[in-house]
Design a protein around this ligand. Structure first.
Ligand SMILES: C[S@@+](CC[C@H](N)C(=O)[O-])C[C@H]1O[C@@H](n2cnc3c(N)ncnc32)[C@H](O)[C@@H]1O
Length: 184
């Protein structure tokens, strides 16, 4: 997700972390496959927030192949933990390889299956729950969180639905309906 003008973003990226081989590779893979990762600006922002809030435990719903998880894992303290949940086993295997290469695999537990069910079966509490599954599942995800731990912070990713969740059609598409239904 692009938060600032692309030219300004390029300038800042060049100065902030110009040579991050693994992030570069993961981003190239996202471009090739059109896979919707959070992107570098959002990744950095989430990592900053996690560090500022002294987050030690993260539950991630919809980890894909580990890009957002890598940002969180790097932001966590050495004994911190991120539980990654993802429905596609190929993505999970890819995440395992990337997180291993980045030397943060010891902070990660990778789980394959429905993220909402995995969360329901996990013992928290989690300092942060990051929700980035199919948007139509957001209301279900939100109610799963209610049973989990009212004290957690939640980040919902909107990805292709920035700003207002729907432009106002009489019958919004399932993803937009899901985002609307996840609001408190
Ligand atoms: C937007 S991508 C995640 C991107 C990732 N958070 C990142 O930024 O690197 C959404 C992922 O959620 C997975 N997914 C969708 N619905 C799911 C569900 N109910 N349970 C687990 N995974 C799900 C998809 O397979 C996909 O990999």
């Amino acid at each position: 997700m692009q938060l600032t003008d692309p030219a300004v973003a390029d300038y800042l990226e060049e100065r902030l972390d110009p040579h991050d081989e693994i992030l570069d590779e993961m981003e190239a893979y996202a471009r090739e496959t059109k896979f919707p990762i959070v992107g570098r600006q959002m990744g950095r922002l989430m990592a900053l927030l996690a560090q500022a809030a002294k987050v030690r435990t993260v539950f991630e719903m919809g980890s894909g192949y580990g890009y957002s998880a890598l940002w969180f894992a790097r932001a966590l303290p050495e004994k911190g933990k991120i539980i990654c949940s993802e429905g596609d086993p190929d993505n999970v295997e890819r995440a395992r390889q990337y997180l291993d290469r980045a030397d943060v695999i010891h902070k990660a537990q990778l789980r394959v299956g429905d993220a909402i069910e995995i969360l329901a079966g996990s013992s928290g509490p989690f300092d942060l729950i990051f929700i980035d599954i199919g948007k139509k599942d957001y209301p279900r995800a939100r109610s799963g969180w209610r049973f989990q731990d009212e004290a957690s912070s939640l980040i919902f990713s909107r990805q292709r639905h920035p700003g207002r969740p729907h432009p106002g059609p009489a019958e919004p598409k399932p993803d937009a309906r899901g985002i609307r239904g996840s609001r408190a």
